[in-house]
Ligand binder design. Structure first.
Ligand SMILES: [Zn+2]
Length: 391
């Protein structure tokens, strides 16, 4: 009898405990499913399968179910930016910046993302505002990188100089090369506005920052020519021979013109010829070749190019040799040589490109700043074909 009573009393207790356990389990499950909606998981799945469009749909659904989830907003914003839907990315990141329930880390992250959206959208003023706010925070370095890029795109070289001077050392990168180029950019504008003294002052700054700045001496020569001070122009350009003679090819024709105006063309030709011998370069060869034909005739020019081609065998050199040859031979062979020259010219026109040593971007013209990777002085002043065959 006593045993039965205990048995009867224990039943409600077991039920009660079971009910409680079930409630706890269900609550836990509900909480879990809230913090991790199914659409979130399918969004992740689409991302892993590299289907960003479907991932965006799934994340949008997850955000609809739980509008408070900060991380989901970040994920969505980044996906929109990656897909080029910058207005939507900006709206999402702006809404995150405006939220008051974000902690400091999330708030700065939201600002950083918003800055990237603006930068990618080309809204430089707004990007600048955002990155200026991020200076001095844990995002300081990224903010300075972005500001430096913004000021370069805006051609605000003075501000670019200030930022670059504060940049920390980064591997083997020489910020002074960048800074000297910023001064050169300002000097180029000053020269275009005939502000010659200002231009010379800026170029002095460039050389004080980076004494190996070839571009500064090249521009100094241009300013002196504009001032009709040819002797100083010659000095500035010939100084490039001590800095990096490979760059003489960029200025060889101007150097010869200045020497000609000064009445001592031979000096210029001798200078270039000496450097041509030390540093093979087609542009130098071209100038010296032209001078040789004018002065000493096609036979001498032919001998010059033939010797050069032996030392430095390139298709562009061969083209020059044929040009010299066609001037020295009689009319029967002339047609044949012209034909071969034409064929080679078709080939060299395709391969004669300057090539960025940093990113490999090829261009017909020489750039001080690579249009693809934005590196300064990453183009060697030689065409690729000069490298290809010159072993
Ligand atoms: Zn590049």
């Amino acid at each position: 009898m006593e045993f039965q009573l205990w048995w009867l009393l224990s039943w409600p207790l077991f039920f009660g405990l079971g009910w409680l356990a079930a409630r706890i389990d269900i609550r836990h499950l509900v909480r879990e499913s809230r913090s991790l909606p199914r659409s979130y998981l399918s969004g992740l799945n689409f991302l892993l399968k590299e289907q960003p469009d479907k991932a965006i749909d799934a994340f949008l659904e997850a955000v609809r179910i739980d509008p408070q989830t900060v991380e989901l907003h970040f994920a969505l914003g980044n996906l929109f930016r990656r897909r080029g839907e910058l207005d939507r990315a900006i709206r999402i990141h702006q809404s995150l910046v405006d939220r008051e329930d974000l902690d400091d880390v999330q708030g700065l992250q939201a600002l950083q993302e918003l800055g990237e959206d603006y930068l990618k959208a080309g809204l430089l003023d707004r990007a600048e505002d955002v990155y200026l706010k991020l200076r001095g925070t844990s995002h300081n370095e990224a903010a300075n990188d972005a500001l430096l890029e913004i000021y370069q795109q805006e051609k605000n070289w003075q501000r670019a100089i200030e930022i670059a001077r504060d940049m920390p050392r980064r591997g083997s990168h020489r910020w002074e090369v960048d800074i000297a180029n910023f001064y050169c950019e300002m000097a180029t504008t000053a020269l275009a506005h005939s502000e010659f003294n200002r231009a010379l002052g800026l170029l002095e700054e460039a050389l004080a920052t980076n004494r190996t700045s070839v571009r500064a001496n090249l521009l100094r020569g241009d300013v002196f020519v504009a001032l009709k001070r040819d002797a100083e122009a010659v000095d500035a350009w010939q100084a490039i021979g001590d800095q990096d003679p490979a760059y003489l090819s960029l200025v060889a024709d101007r150097l010869m013109d200045a020497h000609r105006r000064l009445g001592h063309e031979e000096k210029g030709a001798l200078f270039l010829r000496t450097h041509l011998y030390q540093t093979p370069s087609l542009d130098l060869l071209e100038i010296v070749f032209k001078w040789e034909i004018e002065r000493n005739g096609p036979e001498a020019a032919y001998a010059l190019v033939r010797d050069e081609l032996k030392r430095n065998p390139t298709m562009l050199g061969l083209e020059k040799l044929l040009e010299a040859a066609s001037r020295t031979v009689d009319s029967d062979m002339k047609d044949d040589i012209e034909l071969v020259k034409k064929l080679i010219h078709g080939h060299t026109r395709r391969v004669a490109r300057y090539c960025c040593k940093s990113c490999g971007f090829k261009a017909r013209q020489f750039y001080w700043r690579c249009p693809a990777c934005g590196g300064w002085e990453t183009y060697p002043p030689k065409r690729t074909e000069e490298f290809d065959l010159a072993v």
